[in-house]
Ligand binder design. Structure first.
Ligand SMILES: NC(=O)c1ccc[n+]([C@@H]2O[C@H](COP(=O)([O-])OP(=O)(O)OC[C@H]3O[C@@H](n4cnc5c(N)ncnc54)[C@H](O)[C@@H]3O)[C@@H](O)[C@H]2O)c1
Length: 445
């Protein structure tokens, strides 16, 4: 990674003068804090729905400069490049179809990965090995073992990582987690995590289109990558990939990285919960689910309920399509409850919410969680400071773990016993096989 913004100009000039091996030309990154060459350089991999939104957000940040875009769909690629060039008033942004070419560029400091779930682990690990810092979308990975490999690669290469679990950067989620971590509820006994059901996020896009020719400008071979090759059908493609287990994990995996992530955040004080949240995990997981016909293009669970036993006698239920579990994260203890969702925070006692805001302002809290300056800005700040972000890779991995295990429990119909230290399923060989998936050649982790 280039270090123009971490090494002072004077230090670098001294280093240059002392070394005969480097030419006596000051690198362009030394000139002017606001010069484009002093900004964190970003490349984007995947610029569809969420990638487009992430791109817009990073283009609004002055600390960085987007220099490269990669997408296997020419239409998405062109639109994204145009928006970058328009923003900077030049024609400098380069386009790529193959992420390996983008990662080979030495002048790129960090990447933003917003590909479908089956395409997170390989580019993320390659990016870590190439020395890039990484912003990657949730859920962290398509299988649990891919998640372990991603954590290992990021740790081994000492990279900064931010996950797209942006709820941690929002006030009401922080207040709720602080209420729990500061013991307002007493020792938490139950947690409810409510996720959406069905396949309903994008209106009625339909599950019944015929297979057809691959659209012009789309590299379907590369889009499919490590997943199994299927006949082309628009219902498997952009956005809709999440409704088929070949490429996604349905509503459960789509949302686990948001609301279960927040549930873990609240539990992160071992005194009142069972954290810390970068090592937290269930001990036992049972689940039931309802599925469409297994031959349907959209074959992911439409209704599910996962019951988890966590350490310290905490019961966590994660459900979609069960009316008794409301959306978001709800923690329950002997002194009351608090529930948080997008746009909502409510509690058994309204005073909890008033108190937490008041005491946060006064700095009068035993546990004061970091107040994010915004999810993208926090990532960029961490790249400079080399401090962990709010949603590092270890936390994203732990947040998604109950989703992967719940899917395995529902599919096998068995209670899964989980060793969350070794990260292995205990005494169940067939369930253990489901922690990984065979990747289509030539792709491998
Ligand atoms: N944080 C959030 O709130 C949020 C919201 C929506 C989606 N997401 C996540 O974002 C990711 C993308 O979801 P989406 O809904 O934007 O999907 P999408 O299908 O709209 O976009 C994915 C893009 O990746 C491209 N792509 C596929 N394979 C590629 C490859 N090998 N190299 C480069 N580009 C490739 C596709 O062509 C497409 O443009 C998913 O992991 C999803 O869970 C996060």
């Amino acid at each position: 990674m280039s270090t123009g913004y971490t090494t002072s100009r004077r230090t670098l000039l001294k280093m240059l003068a002392a070394s005969s091996a480097v030419p006596m030309i000051a690198p362009s990154r030394l000139f002017g804090a606001d010069a484009p060459s002093n900004k964190i350089t970003l490349g984007f991999i995947g610029v569809g729905w969420q990638g487009g939104s992430n791109l817009g957000a990073f283009l609004g940040e002055d600390m960085c400069r987007v220099v490269a875009i990669c997408d296997v769909d020419e239409g998405h690629l062109k639109k994204a490049i145009e928006s970058v060039n328009k923003r900077y008033g030049n024609q400098d942004c380069k386009g790529y179809k193959d992420f390996r070419e983008l990662l080979a560029r030495k002048d790129i400091d960090a990447v933003c990965i917003s590909t479908p779930d089956h395409w997170h682990s390989i580019p993320a690990i390659a990016a870590a090995n190439a020395g890039k810092d990484i912003f990657c979308e949730k859920p962290l990975s398509h299988t649990l073992n891919e998640g372990i490999a991603m954590v290992n690669a990021v740790q081994k290469n000492n990279r900064i990582w931010q996950t797209g679990s942006w709820q941690r950067s929002q006030g009401q989620f922080r207040w709720a987690a602080q209420i729990v971590q500061n013991g307002f509820l007493g020792k938490v006994t139950h947690v409810e995590v409510g996720l959406p059901d069905g396949h309903r996020d994008f209106g009625k896009t339909g599950n019944d289109k015929p297979n057809g020719p691959v659209p012009e400008g789309l590299d379907y071979e590369l889009w499919t990558g490590p997943a199994q090759m299927m006949p082309f059908n628009p219902c498997r493609l952009h956005k809709n990939w999440r409704w088929n287990y070949n490429t996604g994990g349905g509503q459960l995996m789509d949302w686990i990285g948001h609301h279960c992530d927040i549930a873990h955040w609240g539990l992160a004080n071992p005194k009142f919960g069972c954290g810390p949240d970068d090592a937290i995990g269930p001990l036992e997981v049972s689940a039931t689910a309802e599925y469409p016909d297994k031959n349907a293009v959209w074959n992911t669970a439409t209704k599910f309920r996962i019951d988890c036993k966590y350490p310290n006698d905490v019961q966590v239920v994660i459900a979609g399509g069960h009316g008794d579990i409301k959306g978001g994260a709800k923690w329950i203890g002997p002194n009351g409850w608090v529930r948080v969702d997008r746009g909502t925070i409510e509690a058994s006692d309204k005073q909890f919410i008033r108190d937490i805001q008041d005491r946060e302002k006064k700095g009068d809290l035993d546990i004061k969680l970091y107040k994010s300056p915004g999810h993208m800005r926090e990532f960029l700040d961490s790249i400079k400071s080399r401090k962990r972000t709010l949603t590092p890779v270890e936390i994203a991995h732990r947040s998604q773990t109950p989703g992967h295990l719940g899917h395995i429990a529902a599919t096998t119909g068995r209670k899964i016993k989980w060793d969350s230290v070794q990260q292995v399923i205990v005494d169940d060989v067939d369930a253990t096989k489901m922690l990984s998936k065979k990747m289509r050649e030539p792709w491998q982790l």
